[in-house]
Design a protein around this ligand. Structure first.
Ligand code: NAD
Ligand code: DAU
Length: 373
């Protein structure tokens, strides 16, 4: 029986990870510590089976709160910490960086330090693991060629990626200085069920359903390497079980696409699903808008190390997994509607109102007024 302390488990990747672990590791228990920011949703665990519920505890709390952390460690004595909790959206970090410094840097520091204290108190058990989930954005931007390896220099562009870089350095330092068995994973852009619709893929899916404009930053030719979230979760289990403490593993989907290609593909796939026959293609909703400041041009992961050392490689095919993702959103409109709160609307208004070239008006309304949306 393994006891995992998961932080940020009510967010997108954490939720998928917990469901995945319940499926493939019947002996693992999960304590999910999440403070439930706008991105965390405890309802993601409403439909656990009785057997899964037995293995699940949810604690609402903040990783910056050392009293809660001490209490959790003393009560549950976890064998591993899987640390997802973070502010995760680049655009929000541009508008309000302080939350990223506080949660991603200070929060990770607290978690590492409490883990170190308790680990030491327990006699430094060698099997303890602290898995820190990070991002390929710490490496900065690539030109049209090359890949990020674990040895690529850190060169973050946004307050978000800089805060993740700082937290990676802390995790590494706690291994070198104190011997705490930390591992770091740096992965590319995830997509799949439960992703908050501020990120590119779910935002576009929902805007197409609502016939709202599809805002593309800059020229739309920025490239991301897309990783299906279940592939990512599988890699994390592999790293937990087989990874070497002190090591970093890059995780990528091997599916590089330009943003404009992704958005056009989602338009076409959704048009065929929603049977918008007789209507014009959803591509008509695409709007090129003011670029994101410091917008990284291209990310691409070299996943050779995790393949050779841990035997992991991505299994899901991008277009198929994208269709699965779209079908999930279409069949979970209750989940979607519960997300589309006042907070969400406020964010959409604030982020996009300032981008020239786009009106976040409803195209149907515009048409009524005689404007060509
Ligand atoms: P998310 O924004 O969907 O979820 C983050 C979760 O963390 C939320 O449930 C939130 O309530 C919780 N949280 C935030 N601050 C907290 C705090 N101080 N204490 C406790 N809980 C807190 O994020 P995600 O997309 O699931 O990303 C998870 C992790 O993976 C992050 O560390 C992110 O940097 C990293 N990552 C994400 C991607 C991606 O494509 N989504 C890619 C690479 C790395
Ligand atoms: O690479 C890993 C990172 O991927 C993670 O560390 C982050 O947590 C995660 O949010 C993601 O960061 P990105 O900035 O790449 O993801 P986002 O979905 O915000 O944007 C993807 C691309 O699409 C990026 O080039 C910006 C562009 N974009 C995004 C939005 C929201 C648009 O063109 N229009 C939009 O409205």
């Amino acid at each position: 029986m393994k006891n995992l302390l998961i932080t940020g488990g009510a967010g997108f990747i954490g939720t998928n990870f917990i469901h995945h672990v319940f499926k493939i590791r019947p002996n693992w228990r999960v304590i999910n510590l999440d403070k439930l920011t706008y991105a965390g949703n405890p309802c993601n665990f409403e439909n656990l089976s009785p057997e899964e519920s037995e293995r699940y505890r949810f604690i609402r709390g903040d990783i910056r709160d050392t009293v809660i952390l001490d209490r959790i460690f003393n009560t549950y004595n976890p064998d591993a910490v899987v640390h997802f909790a973070a502010e995760s959206h680049v655009d929000r970090s541009i508008q309000g960086p302080i939350a990223f410094i506080e949660n991603n840097i200070q929060g990770t520091f607290n978690l590492l330090d409490v883990s170190r204290r308790i680990w030491k108190h327990n006699g430094n058990p060698p099997d303890f693991r602290f898995l820190h989930i990070s991002t390929d954005e710490v490496y900065g931007s690539l030109g049209s060629e090359g890949y990020f390896t674990e040895k690529s220099p850190y060169d973050p562009s946004s307050p978000y990626s800089a805060s993740k870089a700082a937290s990676d350095h802390l995790a590494k330092a706690y291994f070198r200085t104190y011997g705490l068995p930390t591992l770091i994973t740096n992965c590319s852009n995830n997509y799949g069920p439960y992703q908050y619709p501020e990120k590119l893929i779910p935002l576009m899916i929902l805007n197409i359903i609502d016939e709202k404009p599809l805002p593309i930053y800059g020229d739309g030719k920025n490239v991301r390497d897309w990783l299906y979230v279940i592939d990512h979760c599988d890699a994390l289990v592999r790293v937990l079980e087989k990874g070497d403490p002190g090591e970093t593993y890059n995780i990528g989907g091997g599916a590089e696409r330009q943003n404009i290609e992704i958005v056009e593909l989602i338009c076409d796939l959704l048009d065929s699903r929603l049977r918008h026959t007789g209507k014009k293609s959803s591509r008509r909703l695409i709007r090129f808008v003011t670029d994101r400041p410091g917008h990284d041009r291209r990310y691409a992961i070299d996943a050779t190390k995790i393949k050779n050392e841990l035997g992991w490689s991505s299994k899901y095919h991008f277009e198929q997994a994208l269709e699965t993702t779209m079908d999930w959103y279409l069949s979970h409109m209750d989940w979607v509607n519960s997300i589309l709160s006042g907070d969400y609307r406020k964010w959409i208004k604030e982020n996009y109102a300032q981008r020239a070239g786009i009106k976040m008006n409803d195209p149907a309304e515009e048409k009524k007024k005689g404007n060509n949306p």
